[in-house]
Write a new protein. Structure first.
Length: 175
């Protein structure tokens, strides 16, 4: 009973922006953790396989995730894109359209670098700032559509990551 009372008191001390941003950030952190665990279990050779016959390879999906997370830096108004060429390779082009992709080692390293960079910005952003506009919406449009905020980007990218992690899991060895 004491734990419940302490929990209710803590919620009363927090405002709704803090509660909502904490919930979304916790979901993001959990999905990053699960994805990292999945990537640790999978070999570079397995990443070269197609998820299903005629579908994307694991390495393309990893590159796609690196590219999407990299693009979050300017979208969330944190920083500039680190790998400008990845948009064309991993977002605008389908798998196998580009002959030479970065190696699995390079993509794994970049995956961690981008997410560490994102995490440092995420951890330092005050709750109320999560409810400000992202860079793809004008100030005028944001007044009409306040849901087009930074927190919504983090929420949608968490779902995106979960989807692609689910695909990559199909390549992991049965244990």
């Amino acid at each position: 009973m004491t734990e419940i009372i302490l929990f209710v008191l803590k919620i009363n001390e927090m405002n709704y922006q803090e509660i909502a941003s904490t919930m979304v950030i916790n979901a993001w952190n959990a999905e990053i953790k699960y994805t990292n665990a999945t990537l640790e279990k999978i070999s570079d050779e397995q990443l070269m396989q197609e998820i299903a016959l005629g579908r994307n390879r694991g390495i393309y999906l990893l590159g796609h995730l690196v590219a999407v997370h990299d693009l979050m830096l300017p979208l969330l108004r944190f920083d500039e894109v680190q790998h400008k060429d990845y948009r064309k390779i991993f977002i605008e082009s389908p798998d196998k359209a580009i002959g030479n992709l970065p190696s699995a080692d390079v993509l794994r390293k970049q995956w961690h670098e981008i997410n560490n960079k994102l995490q440092s910005y995420i951890d330092s952003l005050p709750a109320e700032e999560w409810f400000t506009r992202h860079s793809s919406v004008s100030e005028e449009d944001f007044v009409k559509e306040p849901h087009r905020n930074r927190l919504n980007i983090l929420l949608s990218r968490t779902a995106h990551l979960s989807n692609h992690r689910g695909q990559i899991v199909l390549l992991t060895p049965n244990t």
